[in-house]
Design a protein around this ligand. Structure first.
Ligand code: ZN
Length: 197
C-alpha cells in the first residue's frame, strides 16, 4: 500500500522514515535544545484506545501496559485508554509481540495503516499496530525492551525519530539496539507531544 507509513527501530541503524521525517514538522533550527519531529499525523482525540494482544507473550503484555502508564503519567493531555475484551475492533491501536525472525530488521515498529486524512489518524478498527520483535528482544533485560515499547508508542502518537541523543529522547532512532539507559519519555518527547496535542 503506497500510503502506508512504516517506522521502526532498526537493528542495523537504517531508518525507514526517509519520506516522513524531513519535511514534516521538524523543529530543528527553531530551538537548539529541541530535536523532536512530527510524523505528520496524529489522533483527533487525546485518549487513543488500545487493544493489548500480547498477554500470552511472557511479560510483553504487562510491559506494554506499564509503558502506556509511563506516557499517561507525563505532563501532557494524552491519556491512552485500554479497551476491554469484546471491544477489540473498536480500539484505535493494537499491540502485538512475536518472534518474526531475523529477516525482519527491526526491534519494534508502529505501522500507521490505511489513510492519514488531513493529518489525522482514522479512529477505531486498530489502524495503528504497535509491534515488538521477540527475535531480538527475548533474553534482554526488561528496560531496554521497555524503551522500545515507549518509543513505538511515541510513533503511535505521531512523533518521528530524533537523530541523536542530545537532547535525550526516547524517540532517538537507535534506542532499540543502542539503549541509552532510560525507558520513559524524556523532556524532548514530552515537548513534542505537547506541541502536537
Ligand atoms: Zn522508531
Amino acid at each position: 500500500m503506497s500510503d502506508r507509513r512504516t517506522s521502526f527501530v532498526s537493528r542495523a541503524g537504517a531508518v525507514a522514515l526517509t519520506t516522513a521525517v524531513a519535511s514534516l514538522g521538524c523543529v530543528v533550527g527553531a530551538d537548539p535544545a529541541a530535536s523532536w519531529a512530527s510524523l505528520g499525523c496524529k489522533w483527533d482525540h487525546v485518549g487513543p484506545t488500545y487493544w493489548n494482544d500480547a498477554y500470552s507473550q511472557g511479560g510483553y503484555g504487562n510491559g506494554f501496559d506499564n509503558m502506556v502508564g509511563e506516557w499517561n503519567s507525563q505532563n501532557t493531555p494524552v491519556d491512552f485508554k485500554k479497551i476491554g475484551a469484546g471491544d477489540e475492533s473498536k480500539a484505535d491501536m493494537r499491540y502485538i509481540a512475536g518472534a518474526w525472525g531475523s529477516d525482519y530488521d527491526w526491534y519494534g515498529k508502529a505501522i500507521n495503516a490505511d489513510v492519514c486524512s488531513g493529518g489525522i489518524y482514522p479512529n477505531g478498527v486498530q489502524h495503528v499496530a504497535v509491534s515488538i520483535n521477540r527475535t531480538y528482544t527475548d533474553g534482554r533485560a526488561n528496560n531496554p525492551n521497555n524503551a522500545v515499547i515507549t518509543h513505538e508508542l511515541g510513533h503511535a502518537l505521531g512523533l518521528a525519530h530524533t537523530p541523536s541523543t542530545s537532547p535525550p529522547a526516547i524517540m532517538y532512532q537507535g534506542v532499540g539496539y543502542d539503549y541509552q539507559g532510560y525507558w520513559t519519555p524524556r523532556t524532548d518527547d514530552v515537548n513534542g507531544i505537547n506541541a502536537l496535542y
